[in-house]
Write a protein that binds this ligand. Structure first.
Ligand code: FES
Length: 175
């Protein structure tokens, strides 16, 4: 994993979400290096790691709150707020930079309001960075809801945003 660039606003956890955190702690706290597996388990279930769960994680692992917060915010893979229904992870590594990934990032920001680590104005799509997807020869590359997309263009990005809006508007599109 690479250092964090995520900048979403933290939201308060619900009792149900804190129950997910407690279950992850009960299951994984005795593993060596348990903190990262616990963060992954929570994010797999909730889509993010609630920051107000950090005190109980720190207490369970006998770590300081600052240590736990530092690890959470160091890795870009961890979110502290729920993502939009569609998540685009745009590759920022060297080979994709050479074929224009930065201009795609700028397009998403200018045309749709999603700076890296944030969500489009419409609330349908969250943009996150990733550093090499092993698809360098076919860049710019991205993962769209976990599916690899090659030779990305601004036109294809616009189509992905349009599909994300449809998905968000569909029944059950937003959690
Ligand atoms: S540099 Fe983007 S997929 Fe490798």
């Amino acid at each position: 994993m690479q250092p964090s660039a995520h900048s979403g606003l933290a939201v308060a956890a619900t009792p149900a979400q804190l129950a997910v955190v407690d279950a992850a702690l009960a299951r994984l706290r005795d593993l060596p290096g348990a903190l990262l597996p616990i963060f992954h388990a929570i994010q797999d279930e909730l889509g993010f790691v609630p920051t107000d769960s950090l005190p109980r994680i720190a207490e369970a692992l006998n770590l300081s709150r600052a240590e736990v917060h530092g690890v959470l915010t160091f890795y870009h893979d961890f979110r502290t707020s729920p993502p939009a229904p569609t998540v685009v992870k745009l590759c920022r590594a060297e080979a994709c930079q050479a074929v224009g990934c930065r201009s795609l990032e700028a397009h998403l920001h200018q045309a749709h309001g999603a700076a890296m680590g944030s969500t489009t104005h419409c609330g349908a799509l969250t943009l996150e960075p990733v550093y090499c997807l092993g698809n360098c020869a076919l860049g710019p590359s991205a993962l769209v809801d976990g599916k690899l997309v090659a030779r990305l263009t601004t036109q294809r990005l616009d189509a992905i945003v349009a599909a994300a809006k449809q998905k968000a508007a569909a029944p059950g599109g937003r959690s």
